[in-house]
Design a protein around this ligand. Structure first.
Ligand code: FAI
Length: 525
């Protein structure tokens, strides 16, 4: 059944982002609407020859206090909020000379962008819009009679509706919902800024807000629905990256790409991380990206199939050629050379994401995950072990090379789901055990996978022979350490802190291996 449409006789336009302004205004004027507008918006319209009345002329009250008060007057808010179906409202509006306003088009002072640009506090505060949200909320409340537009992307739909005789209730209701979501997100950003100023990581009320970037084909599984939201953070990564080519990203692609890129950013030298199901299955740093790729792939070439590859240097053509020889879902890098891009363009489905930079692994931040009935918030794991804080607890001291590998392996373990055991040699992983309920199982699985990888490479000795190993948390018993020794590792790094540390240290000494305590744990669930 077709719905009654409402024409627009008077419209109020007050926009910071002037995109699409002229098209909207011209369409309104063409169907006979009077346009009221604030200073800058009115000027833009006048300059383009669109007939407009300044709000200050309409209300008889000037814009004052450097624009802090422009539209906050009864003649404007009464015109928006008055119910046309209530005789008392109609009467009162007439009595006070208030004309109805049927459309409000407002977009807000760019508070979020101002904060992201690193502006000083005074500038941020001046960019808190007061009149705009008041107009938006008033129009959205009275959506039975008024249509509210809060984003230039909505103008086209409105212009189409004007062609069909006006707005329908469904349309006005939809835009009203979008309007409250916009002001809620705006206030969430302001509240977050105030909390950050006060260094209050966990304020009494915590508002999450995001802008939908995309509706995804499905969620983690095909029977789940999903969407991707951006929270406005400028941290280089999957949310800010430009997709140069390939199919649309899936829910799992986005999650895995995030894990891979955050991991690869841990390293200063050229590095490659290959991720499957949010866990690294090969990580290496080397003198060149190409050799880092070779070594990362060698760790677990079977799991690397269909993986996500993250690089911490611009992708070059040689590395791109090598990566493209195996089926890869996503490549994410800060940048890519033109010849590398041209080469990958042959693989139509392969997604290439360029981030323009690397996230700072030591930067502070808050991460959130949902649980039934709430969500957990914690500061990001930006922990880094300081070499001078490392404590050698065994008789044998690690060699320089072992120490370098230990620090590398522990940094990888930070990005592996617990219980995590990572074997490494020459700054490349040679076995990764992830997500097991028992630490011994993680140690065993990683070692047996490395045996398979060695066989596949035509080697008779497992890759773990002569390696070092990292554990994301302490060994509750000596059995985990004994498994690592049996796999052929010569040095171990772990947080320490178990009540049975003495037993574990004794087992390491008995095996003649070196062991280092970090004092820092890297659980990841
Ligand atoms: N103070 C007010 O009464 C007021 N009314 C509307 N604004 C904002 O002024 C901006 C448009 O200003 P201009 O048209 O002068 O460029 C819009 O972002 C709008 O949200 C106001 N500014 C801030 O609060």
């Amino acid at each position: 059944m077709s719905q009654t449409t409402l024409p627009i006789r008077r419209a109020l336009i007050s926009v910071s982002d002037k995109a699409g302004l002229l098209d909207l205004a011209r369409a309104l004027v063409a169907q006979g609407a009077e346009i009221l507008s604030t200073g800058g918006s009115a000027k833009a319209l006048r300059d383009a020859g669109v007939p407009v009345t300044e709000v200050s002329d309409y209300t008889g009250f000037p814009e004052i206090l450097d624009g802090r008060v422009k539209t906050l007057v009864p003649k404007i808010h009464g015109g928006i909020l008055g119910r046309r179906d209530l005789p008392t409202h109609v009467e009162q509006m007439k009595e006070h000379g208030i004309g109805p306003i049927d459309l409000v088009a407002v977009n807000l002072y760019p508070f979020e962008k101002t904060v992201a640009s690193g502006a000083d506090a005074e500038t941020c505060i001046e960019n808190i819009d007061i009149g705009g949200p008041a107009l938006i909320r008033a129009a959205a409340k009275n959506h039975a009679h008024v249509v509210v537009l809060t984003d230039p992307a909505q103008y086209e739909g409105l212009i189409d509706a004007l062609g069909d005789g006006g707005t329908t209730l469904d349309m006005r209701r939809f835009y009203a919902g979008a309007a409250y979501a916009r002001t809620a997100a705006y206030d969430a950003a302001i509240a977050a800024w105030f909390a950050a100023q006060a260094q209050d990581a966990f304020p009494e009320r915590f508002a999450l807000a995001g802008q939908r970037a995309e509706i995804l084909r499905y969620g983690e599984n095909p029977h789940q629905q999903a969407a991707f939201y951006r929270d406005g953070s400028t941290r280089p990564g999957v949310a800010t990256a430009v997709q140069v080519q390939g199919k649309a990203l899936s829910y799992n692609n986005i999650n895995d790409t995030d894990a891979a890129f955050e991991a690869v950013a841990e390293f200063d030298a050229p590095a490659v991380v290959i991720v499957k199901h949010a866990n690294p299955c090969g990580v290496a740093v080397a003198d060149t990206l190409t050799s880092a790729w070779d070594q990362a792939l060698r760790c677990d070439p079977v799991s690397a199939f269909g993986g996500i590859v993250a690089l911490n240097r611009p992708l070059d053509a040689v590395t791109a050629e090598k990566i493209s020889t195996i089926f890869t879902e996503v490549i994410v890098a800060p940048d890519a050379a033109d010849d590398a891009k041209a080469l990958l363009a042959r693989k139509k489905n392969l997604r290439l994401l360029l981030t323009g930079g690397l996230p700072d692994p030591t930067a502070a931040g808050t991460v959130v995950r949902s649980v039934a009935g709430g969500f957990l918030a914690q500061t990001r794991d930006n922990g880094r072990i300081a070499p001078e804080a490392l404590k050698v607890v065994t008789k044998r001291v690690p060699t320089e090379q072992e120490m370098q590998d230990l620090i590398f392996a522990f940094r990888v373990a930070k990005h592996v789901k617990s219980n995590a055991i990572v074997y490494a040699k020459d700054c490349a992983t040679v076995g990764i055990g992830a997500g097991q309920m028992s630490r011994v199982d993680s140690a065993r699985i990683a070692a047996s996978k490395s045996g398979e990888a060695a066989k596949a490479a035509g080697q008779s000795t497992p890759l773990t022979q002569g390696s070092v190993a990292a554990s994301d948390a302490f060994f509750p018993f000596a059995d985990g350490l004994e498994t690592i020794v049996a796999a052929g590792a010569t040095a171990v790094i772990q947080p320490g802190g178990s009540i049975r540390d003495d037993e574990v240290i004794a087992a390491a000494d008995a095996a003649g291996i070196a062991m280092v305590f970090t004092g820092m744990r890297h659980f990841r669930h």
